[in-house]
Design a binder for this molecule. Structure first.
Ligand SMILES: NC(=O)c1ccc[n+]([C@@H]2O[C@H](COP(=O)([O-])OP(=O)(O)OC[C@H]3O[C@@H](n4cnc5c(N)ncnc54)[C@H](OP(=O)(O)O)[C@@H]3O)[C@@H](O)[C@H]2O)c1
Length: 307
């Protein structure tokens, strides 16, 4: 298959693109700039220079592809509209990358019993309403002849398979801990996120391209953990002290409002039955095991990266 991937130089898009190449597909990947183009070319991906704002470029690439994976952004409405318009009536697959902060709360480190399955009604906070509207636009495009799927990823961990190997949440916690010497979670850290390993994510994208029914929405998860447990594991892996609570306002000063509130201080607990119904069999079940076993080597390799 000829597949057009946006975000090909990024963590999710690069991992999916590499997996597609390994599986024998011909991949063209959107990248911003020649350096990133050279990096993806080395991995067997044909670079397409441009941005998500280049409506005509996205439409042209989508029309010449057998399938499209949008992994550059969960929040860029214009790009999604361009891809859907181009694919309308073709019945070709469009996979769109979303994130499970759409069910996130404003817990500031407190726990929650709320668990969402693929069919649960979603009532997003005002901050996440636009993302949910994009997801609904994508699933709704099935009625316009697009074989569309929303893959709603949880906290992804593990080393990316493409040029960019770092995810979002765990690396943020690690950088803070290394810089200050104190591993910190927001508030009591009893908030819980569902988690998934990036290699399992890439496997699911491959499977969804072939098998997902038009208009599907699926959560992507395999296990969950509290932030206190993750930060404790990070502290141990890095040889730092005990995990400490941190007021939300201080965390916002470090990580910014969006990341502190939704990515690190919230609960996002979901169950992905639809992905398993496709035959997806994730191999990695524990972010805590991954932190204990893999993080020391990665952190050592990045010893000079204090950014
Ligand atoms: N990682 C996770 O755990 C996770 C989980 C759920 C959802 N998500 C969401 O999934 C999306 C991708 O996440 P990621 O972790 O793969 O991020 P990432 O590593 O930053 O990758 C994003 C890629 O998309 C490219 N990109 C971003 N905006 C673009 C634009 N306007 N035009 C062209 N290319 C653009 C970036 O290009 P440059 O390299 O030039 O910057 C980068 O290669 C994000 O919206 C994120 O919030 C991530």
């Amino acid at each position: 298959m000829k597949v057009f991937v946006t975000g090909a130089s990024g963590y999710i898009g690069g991992s999916v693109a590499v997996r597609l190449v390994e599986a024998g597909h011909e991949v063209r990947g959107l990248v911003r700039g020649p350096e990133k183009g050279a990096a993806v070319r080395r991995l067997g991906i044909e670079p397409v220079l441009g941005s998500l704002d280049d409506h005509d470029l996205l439409a042209d690439e989508a029309r010449r592809a057998d399938a499209v994976v949008n992994a550059a952004s969960s929040d860029h409405r214009g790009a999604v509209e361009a891809l859907v318009e181009a694919l309308a009536g073709s019945n070709r697959p469009l996979l769109h990358t979303s994130g499970s902060s759409i069910v996130g709360d404003n817990a500031g480190g407190e726990p929650s019993d709320a668990v969402f399955d693929d069919d649960a009604p979603i009532q997003p906070t005002p901050d996440k309403a636009a993302r949910v509207a994009i997801d609904r636009f994508v699933t709704g495009s099935a009625a316009r002849g697009v074989c569309s799927t929303v893959l709603c990823n949880t906290l992804i961990y593990g080393r990316g398979l493409g040029p960019h190997q770092e995810s979002i949440q765990i690396p943020s916690l690690v950088r803070q801990a290394r810089r200050s010497g104190i591993p910190r979670h927001i508030g009591r850290g009893l908030n819980v996120w569902s988690t998934v390993h990036v290699a399992d994510v890439a496997d699911l994208y491959l499977l969804a391209l072939e098998k997902a029914p038009a208009g599907s929405f699926m959560f992507v998860e395999n296990g969950e953990a509290s932030f206190r447990d993750m930060v404790t594991a990070i502290g141990t892996a890095l040889g730092l002290g005990e995990a400490k609570p941190w007021p939300l306002q201080d965390a916002i000063a470090e990580w910014g409002y969006e990341r502190a509130t939704y990515a690190l201080g919230s609960n996002s607990r979901v169950r992905g039955r639809r992905a398993r119904a496709l035959g997806w069999m994730p191999h990695h079940a524990s972010v805590l095991d991954w932190i204990a076993e893999e993080l020391p080597a990665i952190a050592g390799a990045n010893e000079t990266d204090k950014a």
